[in-house]
Design a protein around this ligand. Structure first.
Ligand SMILES: Nc1ncnc2c1ncn2[C@@H]1O[C@H](COP(=O)(O)OP(=O)(O)O)[C@@H](O)[C@H]1O
Ligand SMILES: C=C(OP(=O)(O)O)C(=O)O
Ligand SMILES: [K+]
Ligand SMILES: [Mg+2]
Length: 578
């Protein structure tokens, strides 16, 4: 029996491809239609060519200028090398559609670790600003950029704010965890200690905490990692008796319950984006991050405010704002929050501390469905493979949970502690990849397409036409058994509409903008390419075919459905022999 299950595990969770198995990804040719052999992989310029109409970021990392090399070599198509290898190995339809976000932490911050994650299929690296210094995050960002540039990956970067819910500070002596036993008395304090905290003392980030809390309140750490009862208040110190033993982790979230109900008033006084968060956001912008995930969003206002701030910021190149749904207020305002955001994260960790755990699965399902209806990408996060922080294989229950997320067709799944500080980050990634491939295949074979009802109010009038065009193209692709959908897109909007239709075939999204390419990394079924064809070019499709053929990515006879916003047209084309 043991041997059987071992065999099963090994075949299900296939190993990460090695560097050798993967081909370089650059496709370059001169002239356009006569394809020379792909040139040798060259040491790379910082970023890609943009047409003169693309707004340029003043951030060094994002300035889009053609290098001398490109001018000489002609147009360039860039695709993440792992995606390219996936397309070749698994076939177009078999290419993984669900995207993977990995939180980077001490277990994965080395260059080789990041490379292994990129090889294993990480699409987006998440940096959690609850932890680490700017210096630490900057070095991770630099390593990822270097990997992208030198090794041909297309990994995007998401910065996740700390937010200002009530949470603990670091533990005494910088410990990574502290055990609390039944009957222990701990002090939760708002005092600031110049030197070391006394034993059994925990600092709390919210100044009003000692005044607001009542004797008899229940204090829950991280949704139940440990529980206390407030027994005494002495100025800034609140003495609490442990009623349910467990583990305290640094900066753990705290919630308060009175008469069996979550106490929320005090949280309402805290800003969603704290002073620290604004500094982190400025840092993220100067580093050119692709996504900013905002923790503990309560309403759409804060997202609108942040988006205005980004639009006016000299370093912004269209950074996407992701709202994390993780508290009761966000559930009350879901519709407006989703509409205001560029994407959403179901942050099940904190969410599970604020609503009864048994409600989390149905809330997740509802949010994923709403995001599909409102055409916004959605990430399902936290505890997907929690046991893999310690063990090399997941529990059957975790496999069932991930399976359900993939069946719900969320855009992305996320690893937190599993990749940040776990013992098996690469195995955890491989498990996510294997389950995605398996369940997506099942979905295609069972023909599970269901037309989605889309509220018409979601679209402004020009977008209604674009939406109809995309819906029709995706439906044709399924009915005609197309090998791929092609879309030429500047901002990624049309690609996003196609992705929302969840077609059987991959969507090759060609964009001149490197930042748009990276933002598309979060969306289901999109295969983002950077492509620098001039905007007024009439032979874009033929040239694209020529490049992809030279690369061995398409072959004569492949059926392609190409969608163009400019011409408001759908073309069905078989890749020509010449
Ligand atoms: N940048 C980092 N530096 C150190 N540890 C980190 C970092 N990012 C994540 N971790 C560790 O991984 C754990 C899980 O990550 P995550 O779920 O993102 O954070 P949290 O537990 O604060 O919600 C954290 O509790 C922390 O121990
Ligand atoms: C993703 C989450 O947020 P964080 O890890 O930042 O607490 C969560 O709470 O599930
Ligand atoms: K966070
Ligand atoms: Mg959270």
């Amino acid at each position: 029996m043991a041997a059987q299950s071992l065999r099963f595990s090994l075949s299900l969770f296939s190993p990460v491809p090695t560097t050798k198995q993967l081909q370089p990804t650059r496709i370059t040719s001169k002239p356009y239609l006569r394809i020379s052999k792909p040139i040798k992989y060259a040491p790379i310029r910082s970023e890609i060519i943009a047409p003169s109409t693309t707004p340029l970021a003043s951030n060094g990392a994002l300035v889009l200028k053609p290098s001398v090399n490109e001018v000489e070599e002609g147009p360039v198509i860039e695709i993440d090398r792992v995606v390219e290898s996936d397309l070749k190995e698994n076939g177009f339809r078999g290419t993984r559609k669900t995207k993977i976000v990995c939180t980077i932490g001490p277990a994965t911050c080395g260059f080789d670790d990041l490379e292994a994650l990129a090889l294993g299929g990480m699409n987006v690296a998440r940096l959690n600003m609850c932890h680490g210094t700017h210096e630490w995050h900057k070095s991770v960002i630099e390593k990822i950029r270097r990997l992208n540039v030198e090794k041909g990956f297309g990994v995007s970067i998401m910065m996740d704010t700390q937010g200002s819910e009530i949470h603990m500070g670091d533990l005494v002596g910088g410990a990574s965890s502290a055990k609390v036993e039944d009957g222990d008395v701990w002090t939760f304090t708002v005092r600031s200690y110049e030197s070391e905290l006394p034993e059994r003392t925990v600092s709390v980030n919210y100044d009003g905490f000692a005044e607001d809390v009542y004797i008899g309140d229940e204090l829950i750490v991280d949704g139940g990692m440990a529980r206390f009862e407030v027994i005494q208040k002495i100025g800034p110190d609140v003495k609490c008796l442990c009623t349910d033993p467990g583990l305290l982790l640094p900066r753990a979230n705290l919630t308060f319950w009175r008469d069996g109900r979550l106490v929320q008033e005090r949280n309402a006084m805290l800003p969603t984006i704290s002073a620290k968060d604004w500094l982190d956001i400025d840092f993220g912008l100067s580093e050119g991050v692709d996504f900013i995930a905002v923790s503990f969003v309560k309403s759409a206002e804060v997202i609108n405010h942040l988006k205005k701030y980004l639009a006016a910021h000299p370093h912004d190149s269209g950074t996407y704002v992701i709202s994390k749904i993780e508290n009761v207020d966000s559930l009350k305002n879901l519709d407006t929050i989703i509409k205001a955001s560029d994407g959403v994260m179901v942050a099940r960790g904190d969410l599970g501390a604020q609503i009864p755990l048994e409600q989390v699965p149905s809330v997740q399902k509802k949010i994923v469905e709403m995001c599909r209806e409102l055409k916004k990408p959605v990430i399902v996060a936290s505890q997907l493979l929690e046991s893999m922080i310690e063990y090399p294989i997941p529990t059957r229950a975790e496999v069932a949970d991930v399976t359900e997320v993939i069946r719900q067709q969320a855009d992305a799944v996320m690893l937190s502690g599993e990749s940040a500080m776990g013992q098996y980050p690469f195995k955890a990634l491989s498990v996510l990849r294997s389950i995605s491939l398996r369940i997506e295949k099942w979905w295609r074979e069972e023909n599970c397409h269901r037309p989605r009802k889309v509220p018409i109010a979601t679209f402004t009038s020009p977008n209604i036409v674009t939406n109809e065009l995309c819906t029709a193209a995706a439906s044709m692709a399924n009915k005609l058994g197309a090998d791929a959908l092609f879309v030429y897109t500047k901002s990624g909007y049309m690609a996003s509409l196609l992705s929302q239709c969840r077609p059987d075939c991959p969507i090759f999204a060609f964009t001149p903008s490197v930042s748009a390419r990276r933002r598309m990394n979060l969306q289901w079924g999109l295969v983002p390419f950077c492509l620098n064809f001039p905007e007024d070019d009439d032979n874009t499709l033929e040239k694209t075919f020529a490049f992809l053929k030279a690369r061995g990515m398409i072959k004569p006879g492949d059926k392609i459905i190409s969608v163009s916003d400019k011409l408001q047209s759908i073309q069905v084309v078989n890749v020509p022999r010449e």
